[in-house]
Structures are given as structure tokens and as C-alpha cells.
Design a protein around this ligand. Sequence first.
Ligand code: IMP
Ligand code: MG
Length: 328
Amino acid sequence: MIVDIIVDLQYGDCGKGKITHFLCKEHKYTHVVRYNGGCNAGHTIYHKGEKFITHHIPAGVFFGIKSIIGPGCVVDIDQFFKEILELENKGIMARDLIKVANNTHVITSKHLNEDGKDTKIGTTKRGNGPAYRDKYARAGVRAENIPELEPYLIDFYEEMHQEDVIALFEGAQGFGLDIDWGDYPYVTSSHCTVAGAMLNGVPPKAVRNVWGVAKSYETYVGTKNFQGKDPIFDKICEIGQEYGATTGRKRQVNWFDWSLLEKAFNINGVTHLVINKMDVLREADAWKLKKGGKIVDFGSEDVFKEFVTNNLAQTGATIYFSGDKAKI
Ligand code: IMP
Ligand code: MG
């Protein structure tokens, strides 16, 4: 088994869907696997000029690649079937490609009701926290116990531990929302680092590339105060169209936090870094970031890029700066 992993280095919404889509086009993957989270995620994907938002289903289905909801995820059955129908109505034949690991846990109506009442964290109200809590309390329900899912179930070990398997592991949420490394308690309930992928039964020696995805500024959705005072953040929000793909909420905006990026980069062992939405800062004409709590003004795109490249030079990682704001 050979595995490439995609991780988000900030607070989600950095364009992982776009990178998954790009990598599926370029590489010969046999499988695409979602390894954490549930339908709290919203991946915006542009495929052949059309916009799709997926929550559960990995982007492999756009390319006829077998796509799996891994055991590290939690799955909402109604949402799962709804998404298959939505994709098929737009011509993406997902039904025969999508599989669910036997040991994936299920989000029940009880979980949805409970999460629906959250006011403390500002969750997506998709039942994630209660589903993971019940999993760890050994009070959860696994996919293998749901008759409706029968045609979709697989034994993840049997499926993946084969010689010719080359899999792309697609993460959800991001480092700043990670249950262990994020800003607790303003976090999600799953593991958003490469470790989250490994928990799905991936041996370390199988990992080939780690694609870390960030964007040129930061956004966060939830109850904590995140947005900076500068009015430019509202402008960046508008230019970047920073509204949640799952809940439609306005995302709070702040400068790129270099210290957070370095930490996320190192903990994930990133080999390929993508900084998305460079065109948004270009349009806002604001080349700033935060380093050690201080705002640094680079004055130009070139100096901003030079800073990122020079600071990561010794890691040997390949760095990409990407634009096309409409496509994230
Ligand atoms: P939960 O994952 O729904 O429990 O929400 C916990 C926190 O993570 C909240 O601040 C959510 O807004 C945030 N969150 C969850 N999923 C995503 C995502 O896919 N993108 C961005 N933020 C997310
Ligand atoms: Mg998203």
C-alpha cells in the first residue's frame, strides 16, 4: 500500500477539496479515503466547470475512483444517501464507487438533537461531537449494524492492505480545530493531523507524500473571537467569499499566523505545501502576516513568498502558491 495524505494546516476551508481534485487528475490512485470527521465538513469542488459541495463523500467519485469513508469518520446515514442522489442527479455515478468501512461509527438522530442545541462552541450542528463521545464511551453504533448500509460496507483492512493499492487520504477540518492541537475547547472532535490518517490502519512506512494545505490568510467559524480589528478583514471576507460551505455562516478572518503554520507543518511532516487564495490578498493588496504575535508587513507579493520559501528552505518541502479564489 502506498499512501498520500492531505491535511489542512489552519482552521479548515483552505482548499483541500481543490487539491484532492487536482491530485486525482494527475495521479493513478486506486482509492480515495476520508479519514476523519463527518458531514461537518464541506468540500467545495469545481468539476468540469460545475460547482459541487460534498460533506461525506470523497472526491475520488468525480474520477471513477473507489472512494471510502474510513473507520476514523462518523457517518450520518440520511446525509450519505442524500449526497449520493445529489451527485447522481448531476451526472456523477457515485453509487458503485462509494464504500463505508464496517467499523465506522454512525451519527444518530439523538446525536443530531443534542448537537443542535450547542451554543458554546458554535459547532456545525451535524452531531459530530456526541457521535465521537459515544464511540469512545463504548456506547456508539457502527456502520456494520445498519442494514441499509449493507451494500456499501467493506472490511477496510482487506480492501486496503493489498500490493497494488495507491490511496489518497483526504482529511477534514484542520490543525487549528484538531482535538489535541487545536485551540481547545474551540475544536472539532476528531484528529485532523496525519495521525488521524494513520488511525485508519495506515502503517508509517506506507506514507509517500504529505500535502499540507493553507491559505494566504486565516478564517475560522465558531463562537470564539477570531477576527482582527482592521476593516480590511471584512474586505478579504468578501473578496474570498468566506461563507461556510456547510452552514453558510460568515467566516471570521485574520492574518496568516506563521507560528501556527510552522507548528502544523512540523507536526504533520509536510512534504508538499500549498498556499491557496493568493489572488485574494493580491486583490486586497495586503501582504501581511502574524509572526510571534506581531504583524509583519511585507509590502508585496514577492517579499511575502520569499519569506515563506526562505523559512521552509531547509525542510526540502516543495512549495506551491495558488490562486483562483472562486475555486476553493
Ligand atoms: P463540529 O465539528 O461541528 O463539532 O464543530 C466544532 C468546530 O469546528 C466549530 O467551530 C465548527 O465551525 C468547526 N468546523 C467543523 N467542521 C468544519 C469545517 O469543515 N470547516 C471549518 N470549520 C469547521
Ligand atoms: Mg470546508
